[in-house]
Design a protein around this ligand. Structure first.
Ligand code: ADP
Length: 372
């Protein structure tokens, strides 16, 4: 029996071999007006104007002037969940199936559609399925069920710099472990569940959401203060010819040297971005608010540092950036979807969300994640 040589293509500092993965792809999605906004008064006047054919968005400053921003894609309020998945997440999923790590993140103010975009189960209306379910469908379809290919998931939330298992809610304070040789990041304390089929995954996701809700009720907090992180581990056995073959068969017959390709997809529903700026208004001191936001602030700092090609990327400053370390930068492919609402009364938040997305547009993933 020949041994299987693990080949991890997820080298954080490696060159991008995955095609056009060079830059972080950033899309904006506008939420449809809600009932309150439809029955609008002057306060709810829209402050954004989309030009999807130009992939451009304008934010109105006042009656006379507006600022224009270009993105990789701009989704109007009528964009379907399917289209959003295909543009934002599918290229990342495909590169994960080819053996590269990848990340899809949703960033935006609470109530602008992050969870709708990412976590929607679509049980009643299948067209509403969000990125997590669609990604798993494609990953399950892209891996061979008859071979030793394997799809596993962990689902955790990060709240106040503590990682909690959403699939085994009694497990809290899970440490983040980095392999000093490969740089691989893992959460060995979190449940890792082997996925049988998409119904199995949907049920896990539903359990995870219920646990998230219960945990946050117990902590007397809101989901919007925590980051939900789905980690999908994909292991594929491939023959030397790069044709998908059964790993066991290849080992038995000995006519091809099978390789193991391991990759990881992170799908992240980030905490509400307004937390970065808000504090005392909700009974939190500035310090407490900063602590809640440490991960989000630190992600912003890493994004700024990467965008500016800074020699030091402060990935160690927070749990979120430590978790993302091998899935963001290097050979990994990353997509960010920033969600916004239409209303002028959130002008400041919308502008700050858009600026975050603009900075992320400047990140080239081939840059090394450098640490001091
Ligand atoms: P967030 O996760 O950013 O706090 P949610 O995903 O919970 O926001 O969205 C807030 C509300 O708006 C929910 O009721 C959601 O169903 C609705 N919503 C958000 N985006 C859309 C969309 N693109 N189409 C229809 N409804 C949406």
């Amino acid at each position: 029996r020949r041994s299987v040589t693990p080949i991890s293509r997820s080298v954080p500092n490696g060159r991008d071999e995955g095609g056009d993965a060079g830059r972080v792809r950033v899309a904006v999605r506008l939420r449809p007006r809600n009932v309150e906004e439809i029955q609008s008064d002057a306060d709810y006047a829209d402050c954004v104007e989309l030009e999807p054919e130009l992939k451009r968005l304008k934010i109105r400053k006042n009656n006379w002037s507006s600022e224009s921003y270009k993105f990789d894609e701009v989704f109007t309020e009528t964009a379907s969940q399917r289209r959003v998945y295909e543009v934002v997440a599918k290229p990342v999923v495909e590169s994960v199936l080819s053996g590269y790590n990848g990340t899809v993140m949703a960033y935006g103010q609470t109530g602008t559609g992050k969870t709708y975009t990412v976590g929607r189960l679509g049980k009643e209306d299948a067209s509403e399925r969000g990125i997590m379910v669609r990604a798993l469908e494609d990953i399950i379809a892209g891996t061979s069920t008859s071979s030793s290919d394997c799809v596993e998931v962990s689902y955790v939330q990060l709240y106040m710099e503590s990682v909690q298992d959403l699939l085994a809610p009694e497990t809290t304070n899970i440490p983040i472990v980095e392999d000093p040789k490969t740089g691989e990041v893992s959460l060995p304390g979190a449940a890792i569940i082997k996925i049988r089929d998409i119904d199995h995954f949907s049920n896990l996701l539903r359990t995870g959401e219920a646990n998230r809700h219960a945990a946050n009720t117990k902590l007397n907090t809101e989901s919007s203060r925590s980051h939900a992180i789905l980690m999908v581990y994909v292991r594929r056995i491939k023959g030397a010819s790069d044709e998908a073959i059964s790993g066991e068969d290849a080992i038995e017959s000995g006519d091809a040297v099978p390789t193991v390709r391991k990759s990881k997809l992170l799908i992240v529903d980030l905490a509400g971005s307004e937390r970065v700026n808000k504090s005392g208004s909700e009974g939190h001191s500035l310090e407490e608010a900063k602590f809640i936001n440490l991960s989000l602030t630190s992600l912003g700092k890493c994004i700024n540092a990467l965008a500016e090609n800074s020699p030091h990327i402060p990935v160690r400053d927070s749990k979120l950036t430590r978790l993302l370390r091998d899935s963001f930068g290097g050979s990994a492919r990353t997509s960010l979807i920033v969600t916004i609402g239409p209303s002028a009364c959130h002008h400041a938040e919308t502008t700050s969300t858009i600026m975050f997305g603009q900075r992320a547009m400047r990140i080239v993933n081939m840059l090394k994640l450098k640490e001091e």
